[in-house]
Design a protein. Structure first.
Length: 78
């Protein structure tokens, strides 16, 4: 899977995001993104090939753009 396909997949996963579900966790793990749950946030461990970045995202999506905003944050580290 090339970088463009990875980015599109992340966008697809987070479209309509309301909360972190087991299905989303599995799909992210398939992309090499690991999920760590904390009290009020979820921290994603994203690798760009050289380094790992920790990306905090909220436990819930917020408004209708919340999931896409999170996807954009994750994509910036891919």
């Amino acid at each position: 899977m090339d970088k463009k396909e990875e980015k599109e997949e992340v966008k697809r996963i987070f479209t309509g995001y309301k909360r972190m579900t087991p299905k989303i966790t599995r799909e992210l793990r398939r992309l090499g993104i690991f999920v760590v749950r904390q009290r009020n946030h979820v921290v994603l461990s994203v690798s760009d090939g050289e380094t790992r970045h920790l990306v905090p995202i909220s436990s819930t999506g917020g408004d209708k753009r919340g999931g896409l905003n999170m996807a954009r944050k994750i994509i910036s580290y891919l």
